[in-house]
Each structure stands twice: as C-alpha cells, then as structure tokens.
Write a protein that binds this ligand. Structure first.
Ligand code: COA
Length: 271
C-alpha cells in the first residue's frame, strides 16, 4: 500500500506521484484518453520527476499508466491544432515537452517503465528514456509519426536506434506499425514481459532489489553506460573516473565487504 502522506498530484490530478519503501512511482493518469500527454501533463511529469529526484528516501523511480489500457498513447492530438499546427508552434511545443524529457534523460536515479497496454509515440519516447522497460503480455508499441505527418526528433530516434538497431527503427518509423510485447522483447525494445496480473509485482520486486543495492555502485553503472553510448569525442571519461573513485572510497563498499564476510544483508547509505 502506498504511504498516503507521500502522495502528490500535478496537472489537475493527471500526473500522480507516491513513494513506497524507497521506490518512487509516477502515474500518467488520463485513462479516458489512454493517458495521452497534454502539455500540462508534460510539465506535471517534470515536477514529479524533480520532486522524486530531490527526495533522499527515493532510490529508484517507476513510471506507469493508469487504467490498465495504456502506458501513454502519445501526445494529446486534440491539442495539436492550437499548439503544434506549424513549424514555429511545433518548435515551442517541442521545447516545452523536451525540457521534461531532458530531465528524465539525465535522471540521476534508476528509472523503470512499467508498460501495460498501448505505448505509442510520446509514450515510447518516455519508455525509451527510462533505464529499463518491463511490459505486460498484450501491450502494443509503435511510433505513428508517419501516419500523422510528424517528424520525430533526434533524441527520440537516437534512443530507438540504440535499442533496436537502424533496420527495426526504419521499419517502425516508415510503417507506423504497432508491435506486440513478444516482438518488442525479441528486438530489444523491452527487457522483460509478464502476464498482466504479475506485472506490477514483478516490477516492484525489481525496483526493491535496486533500492536495496548500493546507490553509488548503481550510479557508477548508470553514468558509465550513458557515456559508453555517447560518441567517443563527447565522452566524459573524467565523470566515470570520479564516480568510480567515490564508489570505491565509500562507506557502502566497506559495508558491502563486511556484510558478505559476516553473512548478513548489507545496509547501504549511499555514502
Ligand atoms: N491524443 C488525444 N486523444 C487520444 C489519444 C491521443 N494520443 N489517444 C487516444 N485518445 C482518445 C480517443 O480520441 C478517444 O476519445 P473519445 O472517447 O473522446 O472518442 C479515447 O482516447 C479512447 O480512444 P479509442 O481510440 O476509442 O480507444 P482504443 O482502445 O480503440 O484505441 C489507441 C486506443 C491508443 C490505439 C487509439 O486511441 C490511437 O490510435 N490513439 C492515437 C495514438 C497516436 O497516434 N499517438 C501518437 C501521437 S503523436
């Protein structure tokens, strides 16, 4: 059960946030529209990410959709006529939503997308920016940009290509097709698939395992993997070295060694 005192909501309740046992949860809550993202929701999402980032009790963040039918069905198309009708308006729209995605892209804590139902367009962007994707059987994934006449930006495609490779990225983008969880698993778009009834429990179990591990060791992995994915010319080897030093000099590393020798569970502090 979520701790009620930790619950917060943004964007008129369309973005929900709670914390339970070191795990922060953000819920996209617009089920009547299959959790389509309005600009207000993008901004609320950013506020929730910031709040959980700054909460020292939170060690990992799960993103999920409300209602059981969708993770996120993309940007709210009903807003396009007003906010995204031409290149100039689109740029402003992209800037406002991209600022929130940038928060997720550079997030200092591990993130997991827990996907049940449709995961489309902007929903795919969010899911692909998470560190790990766990999905229910019967979920559907796609980027229908070509069906709407939308150019998908560099960041979105960079993550798609790095997850599924250029050929699958082309097939998905040229056709706008939707694929099911089994295929998403096979091509590397999601890491694990579970029956709907087990999805939340399995996702929480992974999150809890992460939350009990040494935060600095996880941070070192997160930073290093992100740098591996950058072009060599832009790679920050100093950042890798700095987190490596902090980790190996940490009280947690001492605790990890001692707990192993004493055959007990380690208690990590993130220091
Ligand atoms: N933006 C705005 N409204 C959306 C939406 C979106 N991205 N996705 C779904 N909705 C709305 C529908 O318009 C519908 O509203 P209504 O009840 O007022 O008619 C409601 O959500 C339910 O959608 P519906 O199509 O009836 O449900 P479904 O289960 O048959 O299909 C989807 C769900 C997600 C497959 C389908 O709605 C869809 O294709 N949505 C658009 C996806 C898309 O193109 N996303 C990319 C945007 S960049």
């Amino acid at each position: 059960m979520p701790d009620i005192s930790s619950e917060k909501s943004y964007a008129d309740g369309r973005i929900l946030q709670h914390v339970t046992d070191g795990v922060g949860v953000i819920t996209f809550n617009n089920p009547d529209k299959r959790n389509a993202m309005s600009l207000e929701m993008w901004e609320g999402f950013g506020e929730a990410l910031t709040s959980l980032r700054d909460d020292e009790t939170v060690r990992v963040v799960i993103l999920r959709g409300a209602g059981g039918k969708a993770f996120v069905s993309g940007a709210d198309i009903s807003q396009f006529e007003k906010t995204r009708h031409n290149a100039a308006a689109s740029e402003e729209y992209a800037k406002r939503s991209a600022a929130q995605r940038a928060l997720l892209a550079g997030y200092p804590k591990p993130t997991i997308a827990c996907i049940e139902g449709f995961c489309l367009g902007g929903g795919m962007q969010v899911a692909m920016l998470a560190d790990i994707r766990i999905a229910a059987h019967g979920s559907q994934f796609g980027i229908p940009a070509a069906k709407l006449g939308i150019a998908y930006g560099y960041d979105g495609l960079k993550h798609l290509v790095s997850l599924v490779g250029p050929s699958w990225a082309r097939l998905l983008m040229y056709t706008g097709m939707r694929i099911e969880s089994a295929e998403a698993l096979r091509i590397g778009l999601v890491e694990r698939v579970f029956p709907e009834s087990g999805l939340w429990g399995e996702t929480m179990a992974i999150a809890q395992t992460i939350s009990e591990n040494a935060p600095l060791a996880i941070k070192a992995a997160k930073i290093t993997i992100a740098e591996v994915l950058k072009d060599e010319s832009r790679r920050d080897m100093d950042a890798i070295k700095a987190i490596g030093t902090a980790c190996m000099d940490s009280a947690d590393f001492r605790e990890g060694r001692q707990a192993f020798m004493e055959k007990r569970k380690p208690q990590f502090q993130g220091k």
